[in-house]
Design a protein around this ligand. Structure first.
Ligand SMILES: [Zn+2]
Ligand SMILES: [Zn+2]
Length: 166
């Protein structure tokens, strides 16, 4: 067991003090492997509150995190803050209380799988890829667009129907 870790606490020390309150701000890189993209987590704060019970120690933890996510529709970056809490009970048979695992699990569940920059996000055009929240393209209106008009210049009117099927 590791003793020199800011997430590992000596059981006897907490008992002696009758409890313990700890605030930690670990580097976000510590949780890089928890997410799909390693740079998703920008800031993290932890509050660990240990209280002594009969034959156990109760940990009430809170996690605050600032993340930069991607909109599921338009892929724009979205900065969001999340927080969650967890409880864990440690029996007095332990010599050390290792909070690393429960913190990792909680951090990993913070970010929603899908997030939108706005409920009304129009997403990206499947044809030209522009962000339709910021610009309008002619792709959805088909032959009325400048692109189609240009193509039309090279093709004689007779072939227009054939062209559309391609
Ligand atoms: Zn969006
Ligand atoms: Zn388009």
């Amino acid at each position: 067991m590791q003793e020199n870790n800011e997430f590992v606490f000596k059981y006897a020390d907490i008992l002696e003090e009758g409890g313990l309150e700890v605030k930690l701000s670990p580097p976000p890189a510590l949780y890089a492997d928890v997410f799909d993209r390693p740079d998703i987590l920008k800031k993290i704060r932890l509050e660990l509150n240990f209280s002594v019970g009969g034959d156990s120690i109760l940990l009430e933890g809170r996690v605050y995190a600032e993340m930069e996510l991607e909109c599921s529709r338009c892929a724009d970056p979205i900065a969001r803050a999340f927080e969650d809490s967890f409880d864990e009970v440690y029996p007095d048979t332990l010599e050390y209380i290792d909070t690393r695992e429960v913190i990792r699990e909680t951090v990993g569940l913070l970010a929603p799988i899908k997030v939108l920059c706005a409920d009304a996000c129009k997403g990206r055009c499947l044809v030209c890829g522009i962000n339709r929240n910021r610009k309008t393209c002619g792709c959805s209106t088909g032959k009325m667009s400048a692109f189609e008009a240009l193509k039309g210049l090279k093709i004689p009117d007779d072939n227009k129907n054939e062209k559309k099927k391609l």
